[in-house]
Design a binder for this molecule. Sequence first.
Ligand code: G1P
Length: 290
Amino acid sequence: MPTSSRSAVRTAVLPVAGLGTRFLPVTKAVPKEMLPLVDRPCIDYAVAEAVAAGIERVVLVTSPAKASLARYYEPDPDLEAHLRAHGKDELLARVQAIGRGVQVETVIQQQALGLGHAVLTARKVVDDEVFAVLLADDVVDAAEPAIGQLIDAWQPGHAVVALMEVPAEETRRYGVCAGLWREPDLMEVHAMVEKPAPAVAPSNQAIVGRYVLPREIFAILERTDEGSGGEIQLTDALATLAARGQVLGKVFEGRRFDTGNVLGFLEATLHYTRKRPELRAGLDEILDRL
Ligand code: G1P
């Protein structure tokens, strides 16, 4: 249930400037965030999650080549007139609902220098003392929006990251956290390592792409050197806060899909298709036939 901390977090930053190399060749012409999960672009699941958690403003950190992302959230009077004229009221309602209740803005990240750099790029438009970050590749189906669960766990002066237990052999795909459990689902994080090999991973509690960040993170990011993969890593900046006891890890409730790879995307597509009553039986029939 929404609590008072919900109203403190009004802005969400979505870093979406990546090249989408894992989805080439389609991403040569279509941003990966615009690939359809059933019939909505993938990015819209993160935007809808943010809105459901009370976020009022979404900042897309994007690249000059990805104008279609912002366009999706702009009204299209010609399309609406066409649907109205043809009596397609249900579709009209769906088109008009896109981005309702949220202001969508864009900042351009000129060079892809890493997630930390992308978040730092948003500094010029984020004045808030605390803000959310959602990585659109991580799609989470949850009764309570995952970012809302983090906001509820947030305490002033702290950052909160979403945590999920992963098998030891997968730590090198994630940021990994270690610390003390304050509650069964809430860790006081003391150490954070980006993409560690299993042998050096401090635990198997992996970061999923949901963050609540204090404004202070910008100043730390400015001083953060290149890390894993030669990129400026958000995890490295957060490690500075963690060393001061200012990071909480929240084990969220919900099912997470990694749509950043083809099979994960397919799994999410099947999951969300089966959730649509009008599509479920048809999909099951197709799967039987295959
Ligand atoms: C990013 C973060 C990583 C986190 C992951 C979650 O990595 O750097 O700490 O665990 O998202 O999806 P990426 O998957 O963008 O390489």
